[in-house]
Design a protein around this ligand. Sequence first.
Ligand SMILES: Cc1cc2nc3c(=O)[nH]c(=O)nc-3n(C[C@H](O)[C@H](O)[C@H](O)COP(=O)(O)OP(=O)(O)OC[C@H]3O[C@@H](n4cnc5c(N)ncnc54)[C@H](O)[C@@H]3O)c2cc1C
Length: 501
Amino acid sequence: MSLSSPALSSGSSDKRRVVVIGSGFGGLAAAIRLAAKGYHTTVLEMRDKPGGRAYVYTDKGFTYDAGPTIITVPFVLDELAALNGKTIADYVKIVPCDPYYRIFFDDGRQFNYNGDQAQLEAEIARFNPDDVAGYRAFLDYSRRIFDRAFTDLADASFHNIWQMVKVAPDLIKLRAEQSVYSRVAHYIKDPALRQIFSFEPLLIGGNPLRSSSIYSMIHYLEKTWGVHFAMGGTGALVRGLVRLLEDLGGTIQLNARVEEINVEAGKVTGVRLADGDVIPADVVVSNGDVANTYRKLIRPEHRRKWTDRRLEKMRYAMSLFVVYFGTNRTYEHLPHHSIILGPRYQGLLGDIFDKKVVADDFSLYLHTPTRTDPSLAPPGCECFYVLSPVPHLGGGQDWDAMKDEYAERIFKALEKDHLVPDLRKHLISKLIFTPKDFETKLDAYAGSAFQFEPILTQSAWFRPHNKSEDVDGLYFVGAGTHPGAGMPGVISSAKVLEKWL
Ligand SMILES: Cc1cc2nc3c(=O)[nH]c(=O)nc-3n(C[C@H](O)[C@H](O)[C@H](O)COP(=O)(O)OP(=O)(O)OC[C@H]3O[C@@H](n4cnc5c(N)ncnc54)[C@H](O)[C@@H]3O)c2cc1C
């Protein structure tokens, strides 16, 4: 990985110069697309490794992917590799997971969720035979949403209101003003099945009770293309994309925090780094947190629309409390991805998103990557992470003070025979990441794990645009802009740039 970009710093290249701030999936995808178009492209990343939320921690022989683990739309990766005449398999091995997830209910019931229609319908029938027909109707609804919202809108630019006006009638017809949960409840009657088919917005920071039903398409995406995992972990995918960028002539500079985006006469001229270096650029693409890019990197006199006040009034998505841990034994009964639902659904969502309190109960996602790739742990050991959705920092919790106790509570809840029995007896590695870490390590406004909450009034045209309205030559990719969080979303956000660049 190159650690400097002399041609860019000296301004000696006659190609148009692009600086991408941040090496999350959105930033890497943007850099790959722009390098492939012949721009002189440099990614500036403030951390010591690329990947952003897909950072990798290592401890005592365990390799922990910090964030995304579920790859849902592998073709968006192939589209990037195709820019270099390759497929993503030339850079990283991606394998399907079966089941996609196992969902554990508090009353002991389990549901295996995968893409096989007959198996899925048999699972549904086990819960409530009357809901099989309703599920088929929901799947058809999810496909229609996908056809409109993903195929036509994911890489639409939404820079002017007319694009929104053009799609509004379709969105009204598809009931996009309703929540994912209400659409699922319209088709499916069983309360447990309603949870299974509505929890997916949580994967992108949304509250199923009020995320626009546009996000029901996640079900169709998963059902059609499957759930995949990168061998070597998501970190191997990040490294693969960095190689792809370098193959295309782009460079990445680590430990390079941008402190200011320089603007003259309303147009970007480059960026200033924390060490004082100024890097000239014709185009700046920010993959950093959108609210903090505007608030911290662009002086207020250059911001007519995105004032601090406006940004403070936006609704921010929940945060996450994550414990990465390793045990000195394996748990072969576990699948790769487990969703462990607590006793309450609506009540818990209300605590996290509205009351912003940390409840006594929780719902968890348990990642066990060694079920697919044992190389992520020492021989005979199991590698895990467990995450609990929690309020963003607006809840006022003192995470430094409460993190050990909260991790202990989660471990206790996991110590059931069908989950991770005797976890604490076999624990040999543990790292904790709290909402406070999202703020300090990733510069996430309010410590949100997903930036703006995906509600209708913060989606599509209503989400901060990919092309800045305030500064010429400034663009945005990543979770805070259109189309939104999640790997498919942030990778698609880079495609939107091609409307202008
Ligand atoms: C725990 C967790 C689990 C998840 N699981 C999944 C999953 O399974 N599947 C899925 O599809 N999605 C998942 N997501 C969501 C997904 O990971 C994110 O939406 C996506 O990775 C965000 O990518 P991004 O392009 O917005 O950039 P980010 O990953 O947010 O990266 C932004 C980068 O910008 C850098 N940066 C910021 N400011 C500056 C600056 N001033 N100077 C230099 N660099 C800067 C940061 O250091 C960071 O590296 C998960 C998220 C989390 C947190």
